[in-house]
Design a protein around this ligand. Structure first.
Ligand SMILES: [Zn+2]
Length: 439
C-alpha cells in the first residue's frame, strides 16, 4: 500500500493489542485498500475442515458439525482455503440472520439433526472466521445489529438467536469503516460500539508522489491492457496537482470556495480519461490538447466530485479551469527551472531553425511531421533527453517532451515564446537579451 506510514504504524499497534479497528475518513482515501492490505498480513491459505461453512480449524473447531465430526469420526477431510476477507456492507436492512446466521428450520423439519452441516447457516460476520471481516460503513447498520456486535468485538464471540443461545468463539480480525462525522449522509456509530474499537483516521495521500502512484496504480487502463499507462511525468504532475489543489483551502483564494474535496478517485479517473483521450486521438502518449479544447476531460473527472459554496455552482466550471491553469503553471515552472542553462541560447536557436517563418517569428507546430526536423538537431535531443530521461524516446514521447518545454518557455518567458492554437511562436532571443541587459 502506497504511503500512509503513520496509519500503518497505528494499525500494527492496534492489531497486536487485539483491538477491532475503525478506519475513519472520506470516501476514496483507501480505507478498503488498507483493510485488504491488513488481510495480506495473514497466511495466503489456511487448512480447514472440508465442507465447513466457517472454515473451521481442525485443531480447534467451533461449529457443532465439525465438533461432532472430530469426536466421532476416524478420518476428517481437510482442505486449503485462500485468505479470507469478507465485506459486511452497512446495510440499514441487515437482519440478524444475514449478519450472524441462524438455524434452518426448514432443514430441521426435513429431519436433519441440529448439528448437521446443512442446518446451520452462518451470516457474514461468521464467514469471516479466521480472516478479516470488514464492516463497510458500520454506522449504517441498524442499531439493533450494532448492539449484537458488542459481543463479537469485545469477546470475539457471537450468540446465534432463533430461540437457542449458542455461543461461537470466532477468530476474526474485525475492521470497520466510517466517514467523518460531519460528512453528508454519515450514520453515527453507537457509543458503546465505538468504545470497543480503536479509531484511526485515514486522510488523503501526503505527497504528490503518493498521489501519482495511487492514481496510476488504480487506473482502468492497467487492468484492461495489463501494461503501464503512457503518461509522462509532467502530465502525472499536472493531474495530481489539479486534485491536490482542490483539497487545499489555503492554496489559492478560489480554492476556499470548494466545500467538498475530491478524493483519489478524481485522480484515478482523470488519469484514465486523459489516457483514453490520447488513444482516441491515435496516440499512446497524451498531449496538452487531450485535456480538451475547453478542458472537457478535466471537467468530466472533477465536476461531479467537488462541491462549491452555495450560490456559486455556476462558477464551478471556472474553478475547475483555474485549478488546471495553476497545476499546469506550477509544473511548467519546475520544467523550466530544471532546464540546463549553459547551452540554452544554442538550444533556443536550434528550435527557431526548425520553425516556420510566421509574423516575423518562428512557428513550431505540435505535430508528428515536426519530430524528424527536431531530432536532426543534437542540442534539441540533449534537452529532450534531459527532461524525459529517455535515451531513445518514441516519437510520441519526444513530441510531448518538446511540447512541455515550449509550454514552460511560454509560461515563464512569455516575451519570447507564445502559444497560438497548435503552434508555439518563438521570437528572437538575442535582441531581448540585449534589451534585458540594458535594463
Ligand atoms: Zn465447522
Amino acid at each position: 500500500m502506497v504511503g500512509k506510514y503513520r496509519e500503518k504504524e497505528l494499525v500494527k499497534n492496534a492489531l497486536l493489542s487485539g483491538s477491532p479497528i475503525l478506519l475513519k475518513g472520506r470516501k476514496g482515501y483507501g480505507k478498503t485498500t488498507l483493510s485488504k492490505a491488513i488481510a495480506e498480513l495473514l497466511p495466503k491459505k489456511i487448512l480447514a475442515v472440508k465442507g465447513c461453512k466457517i472454515y473451521d480449524d481442525p485443531t480447534r473447531p467451533v461449529c457443532f458439525s465439525c465438533k461432532r465430526k472430530l469426536l466421532e469420526e476416524n478420518t476428517v477431510e481437510l482442505t486449503w482455503v485462500p485468505r479470507i476477507w469478507v465485506r459486511i456492507p452497512g446495510d440499514p436492512m441487515m437482519t440478524t440472520r444475514q449478519l450472524i446466521g441462524g438455524i434452518s428450520i426448514q432443514k430441521i423439519r426435513e429431519g436433519y439433526d441440529l448439528d448437521h452441516p446443512e442446518v446451520f447457516i452462518p451470516g457474514r460476520a461468521l464467514k469471516a472466521n479466521r480472516g478479516v471481516g470488514y464492516f463497510d460503513e458500520l454506522g449504517a447498520l441498524p442499531s439493533a445489529m450494532q448492539t449484537l456486535l458488542h459481543e463479537l468485538f469485545e469477546e470475539h464471540q457471537v450468540t446465534t438467536l432463533e430461540g437457542d443461545i449458542v455461543p461461537f468463539k470466532v477468530e476474526t480480525l474485525e475492521l470497520a469503516s466510517t466517514n467523518p462525522a460531519n460528512y453528508r449522509g454519515t450514520n453515527p456509530i453507537k457509543e458503546p460500539l465505538l468504545d470497543r474499537m480503536e479509531e484511526i483516521e485515514i486522510g488523503p495521500p501526503e505527497t504528490l508522489e503518493e498521489e501519482i502512484e495511487i492514481g496510476i496504480r488504480n487506473m482502468f487502463y492497467r487492468k484492461w491492457k495489463g501494461e503501464e499507462p503512457h503518461i509522462p511525468r509532467w502530465h502525472r504532475e499536472i493531474v495530481a496537482r489539479i486534485v491536490r489543489y482542490a483539497r487545499d483551502k489555503e492554496k489559492f483564494d478560489f480554492t476556499k470556495r470548494i466545500e467538498s474535496e475530491p478524493s483519489c478517485r478524481a485522480t484515478i479517473k482523470l488519469f484514465d480519461h486523459l489516457q483514453s483521450k490520447a488513444l482516441r486521438s491515435g496516440r499512446l502518449v497524451p498531449l496538452l490538447s487531450d485535456y480538451g479544447e475547453n478542458l472537457e476531460i478535466v471537467k468530466l473527472s472533477l465536476m461531479g466530485r467537488i462541491e462549491v459554496e452555495f450560490g456559486l455552482s455556476e462558477r464551478k466550471e471556472e474553478i475547475v479551469e483555474r485549478l488546471f491553469e495553476e497545476a499546469k503553471r506550477q509544473t511548467c515552472r519546475q520544467v523550466y527551472n530544471s532546464l540546463p542553462g549553459d547551452r540554452f541560447a544554442e538550444f533556443y536557436e536550434a528550435l527557431r531553425s526548425v520553425g516556420v517563418e510566421a509574423d516575423g517569428k518562428k512557428a513550431i507546430p505540435i505535430e508528428f511531421e515536426t519530430v524528424p526536423k527536431l531530432k536532426s538537431q543534437s542540442i534539441i535531443n540533449y534537452y529532450v533527453e534531459f527532461v524525459n530521461g529517455s535515451k531513445q524516446p518514441s516519437d510520441e514521447l519526444y513530441l510531448s517532451t518538446v511540447e512541455i518545454i515550449l509550454e514552460a518557455l511560454a509560461k515563464c518567458t512569455p516575451r519570447f515564446v507564445e502559444r497560438r492554437g497548435k503552434s508555439y511562436y518563438l521570437g528572437e532571443l538575442v535582441s531581448d537579451e540585449a534589451s534585458m541587459r540594458s535594463m
